[in-house]
Design a protein around this ligand. Structure first.
Ligand SMILES: Nc1ncnc2c1ncn2[C@@H]1O[C@H](COP(=O)(O)OP(=O)(O)O)[C@@H](O)[C@H]1O
Ligand SMILES: [Mg+2]
Length: 218
C-alpha cells in the first residue's frame, strides 16, 4: 500500500543525490527496517514516505493514489490522516501534558474534546503510561517520552508508522522497551517502517533493507 517506483531525490541546494532509483513496496501489516550509514539517505526516504518532502523523479503511490502531483494542502491532509511519525528527539511539546501531546493530532483532525481525551488515554495505556497522563515531557524519562511520542503517532490509527532512529537517544533498557512496544504494535496489525543505524534494532523487523549512498537493496 506504500509503493515507490524508481524514486529519485536530488537536493538542488547541495547537489546531493540522496535517493537513486529506489523501488520499495510496503504491504499492509509489514514490519520493515531500513539501515544504512550516516548520510546514506535514510531520513530522506522517511521524509518522502511521510509526505514531508517530494521526489525529484519517479513515483510514490500511497494507498493506490499517486501523490507526486498533489498540492501541498492535499499532502498535509493525507499526512495527518495516514502517517504516524516517531523521531529520535521525541518532538513533544514541553508545555503540554502526555495526554495533551497525544491528543494533539486528533485536535488537528477536528475531533471533539471528549473523544480526543478518551482515545489519547487509551493510546497512552497501550504504551504502558496510564499513570503518567498529567506529566509533562520534562517530568518523564527519555524512554517514557518516546513512548508518549509513539502513542501520539498511533492515536490517529495511521496506515503506517514511520520511525526514524527512535532508539538512538536512549539507554539500552529504554531502547529495548521501545523495540518491544513496536513489536507489540506490529502484532496488533500496525504497519511499521523502522529507520535505524542500529543492527540489533533492525533485526527486530520481519524484513530488513539496506541503504547505501541512496541505493536500496534487500
Ligand atoms: N535539506 C537538505 N539539503 C541538502 N542536502 C541534504 C538535505 N538533507 C539531506 N541532505 C544530504 O542528503 C544525503 C542523505 O541525507 P539523509 O537522508 O539525512 O541521510 P541519513 O538519514 O541516512 O543520515 C546526505 O549527503 C545529506 O548531506
Ligand atoms: Mg537520518
Amino acid at each position: 500500500m506504500l509503493k515507490l517506483i524508481r524514486a529519485c531525490k536530488i537536493y538542488h541546494n547541495s547537489g546531493v543525490c540522496a535517493l537513486r532509483e529506489v523501488d520499495l513496496t510496503v504491504p499492509r501489516g509489514a514490519y520493515m527496517s531500513i539501515t544504512g550509514a550516516s548520510g546514506s539517505g535514510k531520513s530522506t526516504l522517511m521524509h518522502v514516505l511521510g509526505l514531508l518532502d517530494t521526489l525529484t523523479d519517479g513515483r510514490y503511490l500511497l494507498g493506490g493514489t499517486d501523490v507526486s502531483a498533489l498540492p501541498p494542502c492535499e499532502l498535509a491532509r493525507l499526512r495527518s490522516e495516514r502517517i504516524g511519525f516517531v523521531f529520535q528527539r521525541f518532538q513533544l511539546i514541553p508545555g503540554m501534558t502526555a495526554l495533551e501531546n497525544t491528543a494533539l493530532p486528533l485536535a488537528l483532525q477536528g475531533i471533539p474534546r471528549g473523544e480526543r481525551q478518551r482515545r489519547a488515554a487509551q493510546a497512552l495505556e497501550a504504551v504502558g503510561l496510564s499513570d503518567r497522563l498529567a506529566h509533562k515531557p520534562g517530568q518523564l524519562s527519555g524512554g517514557q517520552q518516546q513512548r508518549v511520542a509513539i502513542a501520539r503517532a498511533v492515536v490517529t490509527r495511521p496506515c503506517v508508522l514511520l520511525a526514524d532512529e527512535p532508539t538512538a537517544g536512549l539507554d539500552p533498557a529504554a531502547a529495548g522497551d521501545v523495540l518491544s512496544l513496536l513489536d507489540r504494535l506490529h502484532r496488533a496489525g500496525n504497519t511499521i517502517v523502522l529507520i535505524t543505524h542500529d543492527r540489533a534494532a533492525a533485526a527486530c523487523a520481519a524484513k530488513r533493507l539496506y541503504l547505501e549512498n541512496g541505493r536500496l537493496s534487500g
